[in-house]
Write a protein that binds this ligand. Structure first.
Ligand SMILES: [Cu+2]
Length: 69
């Protein structure tokens, strides 16, 4: 199991939290995703044999958020 913390500057409210956590919950291999609205971050636990960070980032981008390079 791997863990990643990603910075998502566009997070600003509980709606963002719900959409990001919900989208990541649908991704095979993602075990848990926890958004912190005050920190504008998401902590993701995932199985690296099923999914990688790039796929996790793509899922967040598909929800309409930009990620810092
Ligand atoms: Cu929001």
């Amino acid at each position: 199991m791997s863990e990643a913390t990603l910075s998502i500057p566009g997070i600003h409210c509980e709606h963002c939290q719900t959409s990001i956590e919900g989208a990541l919950a649908e991704v095979e291999g993602v075990r848990s995703a926890r958004v912190s609205v005050p920190d504008r971050t998401v902590d993701v636990d995932y199985d690296e044999s099923l999914v990688d960070v790039d796929a996790i980032k793509d899922t967040i981008i598909e929800q309409g958020y930009d990620l810092p390079a």
